[in-house]
Design a protein. Structure first.
Length: 132
């Protein structure tokens, strides 16, 4: 079985312009998924920016007031590290990808880290579409 290579966005996974969940509509396993649910079921395994194959993708948003620990939670989950004592407030929005295996299914989580400061609210709200 041949494996398709997804179109990569230029640069690292930190580019907020990329929207990997768009452009891939449900096929194959997608019969039960509503297109607006944000679920992405590729008909064949796709490849993430980190080079890992995955079967299904979810868009996850981290939202909350500034300083509650959204960025730390993401870094801890993605890299296993905790940034103690260094509070650099997020500017705008950022995202990281993580591929996990759950019940033998490769799940890609595209986790968006939003800025909690009020002045970025209009920017971050624009990215809520299709999120979980
Ligand atoms: N003690 C403790 N401190 C934490 C924890 N999580 C985050 N912090 C601290 O809280 C501060 C803010 O964390 P961030 O993750 O940057 O906060 P944020 O919600 O992303 O903030 P914005 O980017 O402004 O929206 C940092 O100084 C962290 O070190 C935690 O679980 N325990």
């Amino acid at each position: 079985m041949s494996r398709k290579k997804a179109v990569k966005s230029k640069g690292s996974s930190k580019s907020p312009k990329a929207s990997p969940s768009s452009g891939r509509t449900g096929k194959g396993l997608a019969a039960a998924a509503a297109p607006s649910s944000g679920l992405v079921y590729p008909s064949r395994p796709s490849i993430s920016n980190s080079g890992e194959f995955y079967d299904i993708a979810f868009k996850v948003m981290l939202v909350g007031d500034s300083g509650v620990g959204k960025t730390c939670l993401l870094v801890r989950f993605k890299d296993g590290a905790f940034l103690a004592g260094s509070f650099i407030s997020t500017v705008g929005i950022d995202f990281r990808n993580k591929v996990m295996t759950i019940d033998a299914v490769k799940v890609k989580l595209q986790i968006w880290d939003t800025a909690g400061q009020e002045r970025f609210r209009s920017v971050t709200h624009a990215y809520y579409r299709d999120a979980h």
